[in-house]
Design a protein around this ligand. Sequence first.
Ligand SMILES: Cc1cc2nc3c(=O)[nH]c(=O)nc-3n(C[C@H](O)[C@H](O)[C@H](O)COP(=O)(O)OP(=O)(O)OC[C@H]3O[C@@H](n4cnc5c(N)ncnc54)[C@H](O)[C@@H]3O)c2cc1C
Length: 385
Amino acid sequence: MTESADVKQYDVLIIGAGPSGTSCALALHQAGLKVAIIDKSEFPRDKVCGELLHKKAVETLNAILPGFEKDFINFSKTLVLKHTTVHYKGKSLTFDWVSESYTCPRLEFDNYLLNTVRKYTSTDIFTATVPDKITVTDDGVTLTIKNSPVIYSAKIIIGADGAHSTVAKQLTEKTLDRAHYLGAVRAYYKNVKNTDNVTSEVFFSSKYNLNYLWVFPIEGNLSNVGFGLLSSNISENKINLKESFYDYFKQSPELAEKFADAEQVSTLEGFGVPLGSTIGTVSGKRFMLIGDAASLSNPLSGTGMGNAVMSGKIAADQLIRSFKANDFSAEFMKGYDNVLQSSIVDGLYSSYKAQRTLSKLPFLLDIVFFIGKNKRIRKYIQSIV
Ligand SMILES: Cc1cc2nc3c(=O)[nH]c(=O)nc-3n(C[C@H](O)[C@H](O)[C@H](O)COP(=O)(O)OP(=O)(O)OC[C@H]3O[C@@H](n4cnc5c(N)ncnc54)[C@H](O)[C@@H]3O)c2cc1C
């Protein structure tokens, strides 16, 4: 296909400018490839999320771009968290973490990452651009755009377009597996009692099969408050997730007291969380899936940004190998699957087993409470959430 007014040619098309897509573009900054990011949303845009960022996400970005961590910690919207207090049956236990975590509103964080891509790479960024049809041939990939005559052409396409990925829908047989998918809701509150800027809190309830409600501090004296349940549980028991969120407060006298003067300052919004524990189809001829599009969120905690960032970096490494070998075959792309399996998915399987064991044997949580004071146990817990 030759360059014309309506055909834009690239080496790599990344669909989605969330943490996975921007990390992939950043990791390609010295690869000498012509890269485009296409996102359906106008930025800055919000993304329903608990907004707790694990250290490993920031460490991975810092390995890609030395100095990232320092700049991010100094970003005015970032909070550095040192502790988590877990509440269960009227008891509470505070974990002083071995390494800190962060919160940053997604409206700000994702825009920060996209601006970092603008600053350090020559990536072309197309926002408010909605993909339509993806076609893979022996020579490359083409993408048409809704309500536009423009066609994007590339050697390979990366699906970084989240839980409802159009790339995954069009290029794989992937279907929604409710046993490995969370429905989750989130709202912002102010005037929540006994909060500080360095402690995240989670409240377990035995009524909701050991799922937890989180209260995470957000810059500007706000709390990000949310709750998620397995989709299989929601559909089998006909649970209304939004009603359950408010019911959760009634289950716990501590929560009722904590929120006695609180004011909800945003609507309660929901979104899906695709959980990882086994690897599905994450690559094929001329494509790879990263982040939520590849179902990489942690089954125990529901967090996915760390693995989104890591998978973006792993995909970028595979892209560099593919361009060097000029090989975009499904077989060659398995190199991505293999690294993803050993670096991320094997660990998610441990979290999945822990999640299943705890939900079948809830009394174990009492034991975890008891032994969680031990530093080695705390370190292990931090490695699986
Ligand atoms: C309620 C809730 C709470 C959560 N809490 C946490 C938490 O505290 N910590 C944590 O680490 N993780 C959390 N997660 C998970 C986390 O949000 C995701 O794992 C993470 O956002 C995945 O990043 P991503 O880049 O793969 O996808 P996304 O962040 O979803 O980004 C996808 C991007 O693709 C764009 N897009 C979507 N569809 C298309 C399309 N068809 N064409 C073009 N562009 C498209 C979107 O506009 C978006 O910019 C939570 C999720 C939910 C729902």
